[in-house]
Design a protein around this ligand. Structure first.
Ligand SMILES: Cc1cc2nc3c(=O)[nH]c(=O)nc-3n(C[C@H](O)[C@H](O)[C@H](O)COP(=O)(O)OP(=O)(O)OC[C@H]3O[C@@H](n4cnc5c(N)ncnc54)[C@H](O)[C@@H]3O)c2cc1C
Ligand code: FES
Length: 498
């Protein structure tokens, strides 16, 4: 999909091709500069341009080549953590605003699709939360009762239609799904008519302020100056520290199976930890799950685990046709961070920590950020405020940060191998060079590429991800391809030479 070698696995959505856009080869001045061409950047650019603003959008690679092209695109207000857990970190009013914002976002996406005539396989359907092996009906009943108190029309059902063997479930009515790449392509078509300037292969590597304007510089040395800056890079690459202490990066895995007989699937999730998520698309049965923290490689193959679980529970799942993985950022209190970037600079906005609700969070961001730019009040601003830290999150916050701090132990742990000849072809291993650690990739030309293993973000030691052939940082989720080129922030630059 991109000139930059990113992940090796291909998602099902890659079957649809995005239009190509040029790289930035000029110095520009604009009103709003958006960095990041995923669903968040595009949704905000679409809304701002509809409201008459002048927008330039810069994408490091190809549009949609980030997590928006690797998602499963359930459009849902079913929260990542059960409401029962969420209520421990939030008061009822805030939690109500949060779930209703996601519910309204689905309605708004549907309206946009109709109004702009976007053909993206949008479909309204029911969603069901069923039990993982360690939970019981009480959990589901508590979810229903709390959901109703929040104004959601949830109900407890003894069985999911056509899947009664999964047992009781919570019915979430009026969910939806779509094809994320077709939706993004539709937004791009409208944005073109509204003169939004889009540039691909234009990675921003510097942020500064000059003459009271925000200035970004791309890898090729071209600049965009703007009054307002929106950083929609999933993990904000402008924010070096604060926001990354409040969220954790996880890898998630997806398998597509050809359906043995065509059937209409609802959206489904279970209450296991990590949970599994299910939907259909055409003749493909899609199952995701087996999440783990980035850089902590599991001992068993996550795809094998998903496949055997599907074989046990879903006889309709036939031959495996797709396998891919992606990254999600989990906020410490379960709610995304959308709004003003914490810090002294004015007019800088971020959207991050979207967990498994990034499709609807993008639309929420497209409501909040244009209002902030126009100085209008928006009742959602406080709920999604990036600088918030509720007291009740303290334990989780400290736990996550002590896990992050623990990652620095890798400076002193032994190397993976002592001799480069022990590194299989197309794989990477950590080695020692005196006190330093290096990462060595055995490339397909039978050469050994050596880089420093120190993450340029805040200095943790990266780990080899054999599935995507990348170097992943366990601390805040930065990722680098096998040659050490940065593919995901918060790091802004590549792994250094040794
Ligand atoms: C396997 C999986 C399943 C998921 N399932 C769901 C689901 O069912 N429903 C749901 O709502 N959400 C789901 N999510 C989450 C959702 O996909 C994401 O939250 C969402 O796509 C994030 O969108 P984004 O636009 O913020 O980021 P991205 O799509 O990652 O876009 C960010 C863009 O910024 C670019 N960029 C990065 N750095 C720079 C730079 N320095 N300069 C310029 N550009 C840069 C990147 O190249 C990228 O294209 C899932 C995620 C995964 C991985
Ligand atoms: S991502 Fe923060 S240290 Fe690597």
């Amino acid at each position: 999909m991109s000139d930059l070698e990113k992940d090796r696995t291909s998602p099902l959505w890659d079957e649809v091709h995005m239009p190509f856009y040029p790289g930035l080869k000029d110095h520009l001045d604009t009103e709003v500069c958006i960095v990041g061409g995923g669903i968040a950047g595009l949704s905000i650019a679409y809304k701002l341009s509809k409201r008459g603003h002048k927008v330039v959008l810069l994408e490091a690679s190809r549009i949609g080549s980030g997590q928006s092209g690797r998602t499963t695109a359930h459009l849902s207000y079913q929260t990542e953590e059960q409401l029962d857990k969420m209520i421990k970190s939030h008061n009822k009013e805030d939690l109500k605003e949060f779930v209703l914002a996601h519910k309204e976002a689905i309605d708004e996406i549907e309206e946009t699709i109709i109004q702009e005539n976007i053909s993206c396989d949008f479909k309204r359907l029911d969603g069901y939360l069923f039990l993982g092996p360690e939970d019981d009906d009480d959990l589901l009943k508590r979810e229903v009762s709390l959901g109703r108190e929040l104004g959601l029309n949830l109900s407890f059902v003894e069985a999911i239609p056509a899947f009664s063997h999964l047992g009781a479930a919570v019915l979430y009515p009026e969910q939806a799904q779509f094809h994320p790449v077709k939706y993004m392509a539709g937004l791009l078509r409208v944005m073109k008519e509204l003169d939004v300037l889009v540039y691909e292969n234009s990675r921003v590597k510097e942020f500064s302020i000059e003459d009271e304007q925000h200035k970004v510089v791309t890898e090729d040395g071209f600049t965009v100056k703007s009054r307002y800056l929106v950083v929609a890079t999933d993990s904000p690459v402008n924010n070096r520290f604060y926001i990354h202490t409040k969220q954790s990066a996880y890898r998630s895995y997806v398998v597509g199976f050809e359906m043995k007989h065509k059937m209409s699937l609802p959206l489904m999730w279970d209450t296991a930890d990590p949970y599994r998520y299910i939907r259909g698309s055409g003749n493909t049965f899609i199952l995701g799950g087996e999440d783990h923290r980035t850089g902590q490689n599991p001992s068993e193959d996550p795809f094998d685990k998903l496949i055997s679980w599907a074989r046990e529970h879903f006889p309709v799942a036939g031959e495996v046709t797709w396998k891919w993985s992606g990254q999600v950022f989990e906020p410490v209190d379960g709610m995304a961070y959308i709004g003003k970037n914490p810090g002294p600079e004015k007019n800088v906005f971020i959207v991050t920590g979207q967990s498994g609700l990034g499709m609807t969070s993008a639309t929420i961001a497209s409501r909040i950020i244009p209002d902030l730019i126009e100085g209008k009040s928006n009742h959602l601003t406080n709920i999604f405020e990036p600088s918030r830290l509720a007291l009740s999150d303290k334990a989780e916050y400290l736990k996550d940060n002590s896990i992050n701090a623990f990652q620095y132990k890798d400076w002193i742990t032994p190397a993976d191998v002592k001799n480069v000849h022990d590194i299989p072809s197309d794989e990477g291993r950590l080695m020692r060079d005196g006190l330093l650690k290096t990462c060595v990739y055995h490339n397909e030309s039978d050469e050994y590429e050596t880089k420093s293993a120190v993450c340029p973000h805040l200095g943790a030691i990266v780990k080899w991800n054999d599935l995507e052939k990348s170097w992943d940082c366990p601390c805040h989720g930065s990722r680098f391809n096998s040659h050490g080129k940065v593919i995901e922030g918060p790091a802004l630059s590549d792994l250094l030479g040794p």
